[in-house]
Write a protein that binds this ligand. Structure first.
Ligand code: NAD
Length: 355
């Protein structure tokens, strides 16, 4: 019987609440399979800093490096905001992404038919939206040197190498080949040299994918087009900072940030996490929406373990959960027959998976 090891990082805020539900669903859906999953729970973020003085303890890195996949909740919270940059929860996550060489972040945005009314946009604008943001994750302004915060000035540096742009562009084109064969590369080439460079390299990579149509869009226009007509997009390829912002914007097309999963790949092991943060405002209340994390576990099954049938089962169970009229508080006003607590969502989806 094969065995898979998953490093589980619950993190801060609602992290533990939502990850527990994803594991509940994974346990249910894999109960009769010919493989087992063992979970190794590790610390990262503010909770790790509080216990070890380091937001990313070496033990966590070691566990991830020897795992088949990493399932992650979220990190962060106001109580750690005043710490020096390298001690803050976010720096733990950024370091983990860099250490695991997770340069490619995939953020699918799919609108569930049952939730078209939950979007802040008109139903006819969002019905059928199915796009993928491919975000560069280990370069750009989040990592660029030099960086400094002084008394009178502060600066960060947006830097990309040819290798970094090439490999993320290849990921976007490969993804497009399995979808509608359209890549829209988003940059700010009218102002930034780094974007002009990005654009040239994306053009170069596109020559290897003659079946894929490539367009370019400035990020300010992309922000507008995403809410004007999101259905025009298939794969959006973009840099670290632009992707961070655009994918949060895109999340509202779906109705709630609590619905959207992500996967990050590059090195030996991939990381699967919801796109939202630790939601300190609702932490501990049992009302967080775990669907994004459950859908991230589905992506883990599909991409890390190549178990498409199990991933399909999880995805269809989420849809059935919504079709039956179950909602969480963040989407409660939209077609809800019953508003569920976080733990109830996991239990119901797990039960549907086993039918
Ligand atoms: P957030 O995503 O945590 O929350 C934004 C809003 O969305 C809040 O109102 C929250 O209640 C709601 N929300 C988020 N997830 C939800 C869910 N699953 N169900 C229902 N509602 C949900 O973003 P924020 O408030 O800007 O940041 C809070 C903390 O999270 C900060 O410390 C930030 O640095 C951190 N953060 C972490 C990650 C990560 O771990 N990957 C990502 C973004 C932000």
């Amino acid at each position: 019987m094969s065995r898979y090891k998953v490093t589980v990082i619950k993190g801060d805020g609602i992290g533990g609440e939502i990850v527990d539900e994803a594991i509940k669903v994974l346990d249910a859906v894999t109960a009769n399979e010919d493989f087992t999953i063992t979970y190794d729970e590790c610390l990262m973020g503010g909770c790790a800093y509080d216990i070890t003085g380091d937001p990313l303890p070496q033990e966590t890195i070691d566990s991830c490096m020897s795992a088949d996949a990493v399932l992650f909740g979220a990190i962060g919270g106001e109580q750690w905001d005043g710490l020096p940059r390298d001690k803050r929860p976010e720096s733990g996550l950024l370091r983990l992404r860099k250490t695991l060489e997770l340069y490619a972040n995939f953020r699918p945005v799919k609108v569930y038919d049952q939730l078209v009314d939950a979007s802040s946009l008109k139903p006819e604008v969002v019905r059928g939206v199915d796009l993928l943001v491919v975000r560069e994750l280990t370069g750009g302004i989040y990592f660029g040197q030099p960086r400094e915060k002084g008394e009178d000035t502060a600066f960060n540096t947006m830097v990309y190498s040819k290798e970094e742009v090439t490999r993320i562009a290849v990921q976007a084109f490969e993804a497009a080949m399995l979808r509608d064969k359209k890549v829209c590369s988003v940059d700010k080439a009218n102002v930034l040299e780094v974007s002009q460079f990005w654009r040239e390299i994306v053009e170069e990579v596109s020559k290897d994918y003659p079946e894929v149509s490539l367009s370019h869009m400035y990020v300010d226009n992309a922000a507008m087009q995403l809410v004007r007509d999101p259905k025009q997009f298939d794969v959006i390829l973009t840099s670290n900072l632009f992707g961070d912002i655009l994918s949060d914007e895109a999340s509202m097309i779906s109705g709630s940030i609590g619905l959207l999963p992500s996967s990050s790949i590059g090195g030996k092991v991939g990381l699967y996490e919801p796109i939202h943060g630790s939601a300190p405002d609702i932490a501990g209340q049992g009302i967080a929406n775990p669907i994004a994390t459950i859908a991230s576990a589905s992506m883990m099954m599909r991409f890390a373990f190549k178990k498409a049938d199990i991933a399909d089962k999880i995805d269809s169970s989420i849809e059935e959960f919504l079709a039956l009229g179950y909602r969480t508080k963040d989407t409660a006003s939209f077609g809800a027959k019953e508003v569920c607590l976080t733990t109830e969502v996991g239990s119901i989806i797990a039960e549907i998976c086993c039918r």
